[in-house]
Design a protein around this ligand. Sequence first.
Ligand code: HAM
Length: 422
Amino acid sequence: MREETQAKKQIDAIKGTKDILPCEAGEWRRVEGVTKGIFELYGYRELRAPVFEATELFERGTGQTSDIVIKEMYTFKDKAGRSLTLRPEYTPSVVRSIIENRLYLQPEPMRYYYIGPMFRYDKPQKGRYRQFHQVDIEVFGEKDPAIDAEIIEMAHHLLKTLEVGETETLVNSVGCAACRPAYLRELRVEAQKVKEALCPDCQRKVIANPLRIFDCKVETCRELSRTFPQIINFLCAECEEHFKLFCSYLDLYQIAYRVEPHLVRGLDYYTKTAFEVISGKLGAQNALLGGGRYDDMMKQFGGPDICAIGFAMGMERLLSAVKPRVTKNSFLYFVYMGEESKKAAMGLARYFRENGIECLLEFKDRGLKNQLSRANKLEANWVLIAGEEEVARNRYQIKNMKTSEQKEGSREEILKVLLENK
Ligand code: HAM
């Protein structure tokens, strides 16, 4: 009895995951298509990496002190006892792939993009999911701050094309291995002074990595962190020059930006430039995209010393900010009566589909009137009636459902009409 009740119990999707239903998938495909098209205009090529990787990749890449690694990874053991993780982000996978496939030896610009699912065990809310989709771009081997500005310009190009509306661009520099240690020392001293008032997580961060206190969502920690020293005041000459030039290139592109000295982003790998584009349309989870430079990751992974920069954008957030376009497929609905005309309709549908016409043939025992009202309900553009008489004569009637205009002809003549009016 218990088993029977259990068997009947509805199984729902896992919390924080969502179905992309047929009525939404068209818009997803359109946005993905526009996105890929724009990235290709800038010389980016698609690189598809696996959904799961060795856990160590993210521990070393995303970083041991990041919230993602500490709290949010979907980590499991496979049957051979290896620790694997569903990727929480894409950046470390790209770096791994470049090293493993020695892509740096190819005579191609090292610019890659990818769109796919990521996984983070965070608290679900509007705009924050446990399986979400990122559009990710990464550039390697470009030291010049002009590329930092160009990827932001590319993001704006995309947002403008998709009619996202108003956004704000926040920029900062998080320094490098040369200038950050002195800043961290200073930051630790200041954080230590207010340690008791910080949340337990941040109290740990004071020693482990005080930079991560800036990622905390607890209001007291946020308020206190606003009084902490700012990394932008500790930059070495090289980082300062890089930031100055980067800002001047944004000016050249006429991209408005705000320097946000507390923007350090929640990942451990950033060096120099860090940025986010936020939108007022998104509610609490307002970051549409975020990224920055990570000049040391490739070297730290045992690869060549190649600098890098990139960003990732949340597809769910992007889709809730774009101006939607309603696109409907145009299709032909078949109406038939009896076994012989059904067989004729099956052959005709095959012929039309082979010639690029979308056809819908339903195998239900419905009367003529019922089939016509079904075509109406489904908003078919055309109806083809394959009655006994039509089949015998090998000539068919099609009806334009918008204008009610009817035409008769052989299958070739009908195909011509359909193609002309597609
Ligand atoms: P991130 O800031 O962690 O950066 O994520 C980038 C974007 O992914 C966010 O701005 C947001 O739109 C979206 N996103 C993140 N988490 C969620 C979630 N739980 N639900 C829905 N959307 C989410 C990175 O992932 C870096 N890998 C970006 C990067 C690339 N830096 C350099 N290259």
